[in-house]
Design a binder for this molecule. Sequence first.
Ligand SMILES: Nc1nc2c(ncn2[C@@H]2O[C@H](COP(=O)(O)OP(=O)(O)OP(=O)(O)O)[C@@H](O)[C@H]2O)c(=O)[nH]1
Length: 317
Amino acid sequence: MRINAGLRVPLTVIGGFLGAGKTTLVNALLAEPGGARLAVLVNDFGAVNIDASLIVAREGDTIALSNGCVCCAMGDDLGRGIATILARRPTPEHIVVEASGVADPWRIAEIALIDPDLVLAGVVVLADASGITALLTDPLVGETARRQLQAADLLFLTKPDLAPAESIEAARAALAELAPKARLLTVSHGAVPPEVVLGETGADRRLGPSRPARHASLFETVTLRPSRPLAEAELRAALDRLPAPVLRAKGLLRMAGETGRAWLVQRVGRRTEIAPHPLPTGAAEALVLIGTAGTDAAAEAFRPLGLTPVQALQIPR
Ligand SMILES: Nc1nc2c(ncn2[C@@H]2O[C@H](COP(=O)(O)OP(=O)(O)OP(=O)(O)O)[C@@H](O)[C@H]2O)c(=O)[nH]1
């Protein structure tokens, strides 16, 4: 269910300090984009080590991959890079921007909030579990790192294999204080489902050929169907109370008193967006939750709103 198709293109920002693991995550997404035709904007190709067997063409600043994704070097001009991407045909289904290690990811997110062709799908900020607490107290760059983390909807604590358990605990506590509304996940070597990073809730993809599970699944999606139109306030209140396992919620629903159109609902981290959206012909109303184990239990909180869980699927990690 790629409900933005033909309308605004969702954009995900990946931020985090130098060496936090951004390129590792970008490479994992390009190798396994979960069925989405991704366009990834990076500062330069230097660090992006795209699997050579995936590359079908290289043209100037753009590398095209056999899975339909493209990787573009944007240099210093992000606005121009995004315009070039949006002019491509077929239009990418999702844009991922890898922020530089010293950039404020929120500055990039603001572009998606302002540009009528884009919709912000989330700000994902990575923090190296073995170094983040020292980084935050660094007199020179601590403030930059703090600002990056405060912009996050989703925080990925990376390189857990390099950090002793006490450092991981200290890092979690520091991040929870800096970005209390962001959802925090531990991610090793970029191994996280594309659904979590992108927020694409693709029931279509889930029903397609399943990807081989690299690890036991820790993630799940739950689809809820409405039995009645909703009031916006009750929906917002329920989304604000989403319990911790739920990382994202996305859906297309009708609101009480409205006819002829639906509302695109997105919740990630601290942000809920509810925007009018045509109900594509044949599309069923649904709200999909993406999260870690326990998301199916969390979905029960929506029953009083007439939203009933109809399908729970594990996402291969
Ligand atoms: N041990 C370990 N190393 C990792 C993990 N994730 C990434 N790395 C390594 O950490 C180093 C930095 O990762 P990158 O993905 O290049 O980090 P980056 O945030 O893109 O770095 P900059 O481009 O400098 O900002 C690389 O050598 C990665 O292979 C992990 O989970 N465990």
